[in-house]
Design a binder for this molecule. Structure first.
Ligand SMILES: *[C@@H]1O[C@H](CO)[C@@H](O)[C@H](O)[C@H]1NC(C)=O
Length: 132
C-alpha cells in the first residue's frame, strides 16, 4: 500500500504538462481583436522556455530566452501579435491578435518544443466573419 502511494507520487511529479488548444473554432469579425486560447495543463511556468505560434508553417509569434523573438515572423502578423507575459507564469500562452483581416483565418498551432510530454502542441481554428 505504501509502495503504491510512493509510486503514484513519483509518476505525478515527473509528468510533464500538455499543451492544450481549443476543440471549438474561434470566430471573430474583420477589424476586431481576438485571443487565441492555448495553455499548459497542469499549469507550468514557460517564461524560460521557447514558445512558438505558427500557421501553415509560418511564424506568427515566437518567445525565446525570456523575450519576444520576431525576426522570423511572417509579414502578415507584423506588429499585431502579443503574449500575456504575466499569464505565462501559469502556463497560459494564449496569443492576442489585433486588427483582424480575412487573411488571418486558418489553423494555428501553439507549441512548447522542449516539453517531454505527449502533447507539445495545441491547435486552434480561427474563423473570420464579415462585418454584419
Ligand atoms: C489566458 O489569458 C487570457 C488573457 O488574460 C485570458 O483571456 C484567458 O482566459 C486565460 N486562459 C487561461 C486558461 O487561464
Amino acid at each position: 500500500m505504501n509502495f503504491l502511494l510512493l509510486f503514484t507520487c513519483l509518476c505525478v511529479t515527473h509528468a510533464q504538462p500538455d499543451v492544450i488548444g481549443s476543440d471549438k473554432p474561434v470566430t471573430v469579425t474583420v477589424g476586431e481583436d481576438v485571443i487565441l486560447p492555448c495553455h499548459l495543463g497542469p499549469p507550468f511556468n514557460v517564461r524560460t522556455l521557447t514558445v512558438e505560434w505558427t500557421r501553415d508553417g509560418q511564424y506568427v509569434h515566437v518567445w525565446r530566452h525570456g523575450k519576444d523573438y520576431l525576426t522570423d515572423q511572417d509579414e502578415n502578423f507584423r506588429g499585431r501579435t502579443s503574449l500575456f507575459h504575466e499569464e505565462m507564469i501559469r502556463g497560459n500562452i494564449s496569443l492576442k491578435l489585433t486588427s483582424i483581416t480575412e487573411l488571418d483565418a486558418g489553423s494555428y498551432t501553439c507549441s512548447v518544443p522542449k516539453l517531454q510530454s505527449q502533447a507539445r502542441r495545441g491547435f486552434i481554428n480561427l474563423i473570420v466573419g464579415e462585418y454584419s
